[in-house]
Design a protein around this ligand. Sequence first.
Ligand code: ADP
Ligand code: MG
Length: 327
Amino acid sequence: MTRLARWAVPLAAVALVMAYAYGRRPEVEPFTETRFLMDTLVTVTLWGAPEPDARAAADRAFAALAAVDQEMARVEGTPLWELNRAGGGRVSEALASVLADALAWARRTGGAFDPTVAPLLDLWDIRRGPHPPPSPLAVEAALSQVGWDRIRLDAWSGRTRVDLGGIAKGWAIDRAAEALRTAGVTDFIVNAGGDLYVAGRRGNRPWRVGIQHPRDQDRFLRVVAPMEGALVTSGDYERFYEWEGRRFHHILDPRTGRPARGCQSVTVWAPTAVDADALSTAVFVLGPEEGLRLLEAQPGVEGLVVAADGTVRETPGFARVAPEVRR
Ligand code: ADP
Ligand code: MG
């Protein structure tokens, strides 16, 4: 036997055993990293990129998210804060773009989505925890400062304040997804507290994500394998307090000046997270009937609503864009 031939048989055997072991091995894990950003836990999960590249790409995604937060949170010192304080002024391209989107959705939703709810948000101050709700007179006074038609992109007219809490997170998620694509990553999830953008696959199978049950934090309402795009949920369970048996939460109906009462949660699938975010807030305000009608009128958008009584309803195409998977 030649030297080579003598080794050929054992080598082939080793290769066979290795192939077998590889096939049986628990699957390769995706790269994942979680940080606290935008007032929530944000997880970036990537598939397929080798470790140093994955880490660099995730860093860029987090940087994109942080940049949006530092500009558009209603926190002292941010450009949005300055804009509100001054009652107008020059803004960056990014802020102008989110403001334009917010105003477009305000118009399309008949004001159910309204970025000028800031005076009402300040009055209700949900974050403060349990306290008596404001008086009807105080609600009326704050309501008189609300109205998206007071804001123009070229000139800010009338006194109001802008809050982008219903849309900026979606926009930030889109920017993070863009950063990952630019870094050459095609398979990923950007998940900001349950609002997410999904792209590609997890190896040889689709990504799976859970939709939070609005009344049971330990349970998913559904586990789905979404099509490439955004899946965003607005719920009355995220930020709320209870007072004398009633729940007061952070999504306000600009028509009444009070927390919207029609839904427990709304999940929207859309090609972009910015649209899904604005729509989930708007549908929550409009309630199940009007909300589902609004969703059905948007091409390429689907959604699922848990009504105030706990019944679940969805647009006819929701199961197509977010098919349920066995757990
Ligand atoms: P999150 O997922 O961060 O809880 P949502 O998309 O559900 O956010 O939107 C809720 C946030 O939107 C509130 O915290 C507030 O900042 C803002 N908001 C509340 N009511 C409205 C409304 N009617 N239109 C637009 N923004 C709103
Ligand atoms: Mg929203």
